[in-house]
Ligand binder design. Structure first.
Ligand SMILES: [Zn+2]
Length: 389
């Protein structure tokens, strides 16, 4: 597995045919940006392969019988649940430590080299430690909860564990805009910003409360552009990155807002949450066949299984995400009727984020949460041809 996965990745990424639209993107972006963006993406893929291979080796080593037994002896004397939490934290500290080292090179140093970041190394490190600390804390709590349910409910542990994890995930998604996002960036209301009247009117036309539109002030850390919708029920909101608002024309930013409104109109956050809850039920249920009644000694193997599930489900997860994103694109075109602005917004985002202009089919299949820019532009051209004049 350790050798096969990176080897497979390299072969697929290097030799699969390019998706159509490469020549078109070359004409739109120019040779300089096209070459830089391609080199930037290729560097990411290489580091991703190396990071995954190293993390798999570490997780496999931790899950071997002598190591997991030693961890149990050292850390589980205070009871199985507390022991499981400690063992998880130690294993996750190792895994996140590796992730941090690879992320420093493939995230921070690479972005510095390509002029895509404004962050000092210290600011980057603080942000990473916070994000990874939250993620590790959540995973350790979920693993400790699984061990507690195994102690309390026996072979039915997977059901109780799924209910607890599912409730926690819904809670985190609901609290994200008010409790987690502000730990990383400051958010200001979009209303009152010069030129925001068009955006507020568009939101109103779509039936979205304009008071829930905000600007994420990220220019202190990145030059990339983005926008997103998150939160559930009373915390639902749409945020546009200030970097994109500053770099784009008003009608281009309007199209990006319309895309987010498309997500909201189609209920994509709720659909995504429902799919995540199905996975949270299915994975422990299948896991209970391998771990009928897990104890602290099984924690490293549970974490290895989680990593394998995460990696192998990535193509399916991303395929669903690409379908959802394509639907939001289509809705943004219907909301605004401006395919030309859509195409310019895509070009602007591709330039600003150095998005890979001509990815291989395999790279799209494995990594892409959104359709490649060439596909999105082709959709807008189809819309322009098909709409009634
Ligand atoms: Zn989207």
């Amino acid at each position: 597995m350790v050798v096969v996965l990176p080897a497979w990745l390299v072969i697929e990424l290097a030799f699969w045919p390019r998706v159509a639209g490469g020549a078109d993107m070359l004409a739109r972006l120019g040779l300089g940006t096209f070459t830089r963006a391609t080199a930037y993406a290729q560097a990411h893929y290489r580091w991703f392969g190396a990071a995954v291979a190293t993390q798999l080796v570490l997780c496999l080593a931790l899950a071997t019988e002598p190591v997991s037994r030693a961890l149990e002896l050292l850390l589980a004397s205070g009871g199985p649940v507390r022991g499981a939490a400690w063992i998880s934290m130690v294993c996750l500290a190792g895994s996140h430590g590796l992730g941090l080292a690879f992320g420093f090179v493939s995230g921070h140093l690479l972005d510095l080299q390509y002029g895509l970041t404004q962050q000092s190394t210290w600011a980057w490190l603080k942000e990473q430690l916070l994000a990874r600390g939250l993620s590790a804390g959540f995973t350790a709590a979920a693993v400790a909860a699984a061990i507690w349910t195994a102690q309390s409910f026996g072979r039915r542990w997977w059901l109780a564990s799924s209910v607890l994890t599912g409730a926690a995930v819904v809670g985190v998604m609901m609290l994200q805009p008010v409790a987690i996002d502000p730990l990383f960036d400051h958010y200001a209301p979009l209303a009152g910003r010069p030129g925001s009247e068009h955006f507020l009117a568009l939101a109103q036309r779509a039936g979205f409360d304009p008071a829930r539109l905000s600007v994420a002030e990220v220019s202190h850390r990145t030059t990339k552009g983005n926008a997103f919708v998150n939160g559930l029920g009373p915390t639902e909101r749409i945020a546009l990155w200030d970097t994109f608002l500053e770099a784009s024309r008003a009608d281009e930013a309007e199209l990006v807002l319309a895309h987010e409104l498309g997500h909201w109109l189609a209920g994509h956050v709720r659909i995504g949450t429902a799919l995540a809850l199905v996975a949270i039920l299915a994975v422990p249920m299948l896991g209970s066949f391998v771990f009928p009644c897990p104890g602290p000694r099984d924690v490293p193997a549970l974490l290895l299984a989680l990593l394998l599930v995460r990696l192998s489900s990535l193509p399916v997860e991303n395929a669903v995400s690409r379908a959802i994103e394509a639907q939001a694109d289509w809705l943004s075109l219907r909301l605004t009727g401006k395919p030309d602005a859509f195409i310019r917004a895509e070009e602007q985002l591709a330039r600003q984020n150095l998005s890979e202009p001509a990815p291989t089919a395999a790279a799209v299949w494995f990594f892409y949460t959104h359709p490649p820019a060439a596909d999105r532009i082709a959709m807008a051209e189809r819309y322009a041809r098909s709409r009634p004049r």
